[in-house]
Design a binder for this molecule. Structure first.
Ligand code: ZN
Length: 370
């Protein structure tokens, strides 16, 4: 009898043990993350901001930074043109009668933000050099825009960037929004690379804040929170995450809708055959509500069932608290955003998590093709 129970529980027990093994590695990872965060909170000047990024992005140091030095504006503009971030040619669309109209416009120096302009030899009409580029609606110098992109890639907040560049905050935010759009479009195009799990790989499923109540005191199921579906692949340290903000749910209908969105996201992000570990009691993503996913994920277990293995040395909720620490911090930080900004904030987090020190380089390369 004992051995039959043991066989049934073996998978669950293995999951339980894996969480314990992962926890020690996660503790070390967490400590490093907190140290990095503290050092970023030092008073930031432009010099410090730039040099902080030297170690992180060799691309920024060797390719971009020399062009941001005072007096190198033309060099930067020529580079943007050369690589195709701004158009390499423009044709006058004016209805001038001259036969010179509707031909390639000429590149002329001018006073103003961009140093150059396109000019039609026929009707003399001018066209801005950032027209038809991703920077079209960004109202600051290219230099400040590039540093704002760097700030986004590094997770620096818009207030700090606004202060160190002396650029209005709404302008920085418009650049941040541009970065999010470009990152989102990249993610959509490369969906398969962003998926989590796979046959036999554990993926934790949790909805912030209600799903966190059992292992952390820092959150509550307050109705003022934006719920966030968190998925974590339990394989390597740091775990890979996926975040998706949900609409707030107060009524049964809203709960159903949130469950539907959550399940659609799981099907899109989690590879079939993964083992899902969820909460037993939870209005969204509970063990019960995830049952329709069994066709793709035959093993779905709850943390309540796993905690039956708890002993004096190992307590599941303590281990989960450590494993979830990074995700929780991200969800809590997301609550400081306006509701409409939460999805962009989450994209930023996932981008940096995925590309690390190459976040800026990968992003700026998407500006060429966007
Ligand atoms: Zn013309």
């Amino acid at each position: 009898m004992v051995s039959i129970i043991f066989l049934i529980d073996k998978v669950k027990y293995n999951i339980y043990v894996l969480f314990d093994i992962l926890t020690n590695e996660m503790k070390l990872y967490e400590e490093t993350q907190i140290k990095i965060k503290d050092s970023q909170n030092d008073k930031l000047t432009l010099e410090v901001f730039d040099s902080n990024n030297f170690s992180e992005s060799g691309y920024f140091k060797s390719v971009i930074h020399p062009m941001l030095a005072p007096g190198h504006e033309v060099e930067l503009i020529n580079w943007l043109k050369l690589v195709g971030i701004i158009p390499q040619r423009q044709t006058c669309q004016g209805a001038g009668t001259s036969d010179k109209c509707r031909r390639p416009m000429s590149w002329e120096p001018t006073k103003g933000l961009d140093n150059f302009t396109w000019k039609c030899a026929g009707c003399h009409k001018r066209k801005g050099i950032r027209e038809n580029s991703v920077f079209h609606d960004i109202k600051c110098t290219f230099k400040d825009a590039i540093r704002s992109v760097l700030g986004w890639s590094k997770g620096t907040d818009s207030d700090t960037i606004s202060k160190i560049l002396n650029v209005r905050k709404h302008v920085v935010i418009s650049t941040f929004n541009l970065c999010s759009r470009i990152a989102n479009s990249f993610i959509e195009k490369h969906k398969a690379e962003w998926q989590l799990g796979g046959p036999g790989v554990i993926v934790l499923v949790l909805v912030y804040p209600e799903g966190c109540a059992e292992f952390t005191k820092t959150t509550s199921s307050s109705s003022s929170h934006t719920p966030i579906l968190c998925l974590a692949e339990v394989k390597d340290v740091p775990p890979r995450y996926w975040f998706h903000s949900l609409n707030r749910y107060y009524t049964t209908d809203q709960e159903e809708l949130a469950n539907k969105t959550a399940m659609e996201t799981i099907r899109k992000i989690v590879r079939p055959g993964s083992i899902l570990v969820c909460n037993y009691f939870s209005s969204v993503c509970s063990l019960q509500s995830l049952q329709p996913l069994r066709d793709s994920y035959p093993t779905i277990v709850s943390t309540l069932i796993l905690s039956q293995f708890d002993n004096e040395r190992v307590i599941l909720s303590k281990n989960l608290e450590t494993i979830w620490a990074t995700a929780l911090r991200i969800c809590e930080e997301a609550q400081l955003c306006n509701l409409s900004e939460v999805p962009d904030f989450l994209i930023n987090q996932m981008w940096r998590q995925r590309f690390g020190s190459e976040s800026f380089e990968v992003l700026i390369n998407q500006f060429f093709v966007f």
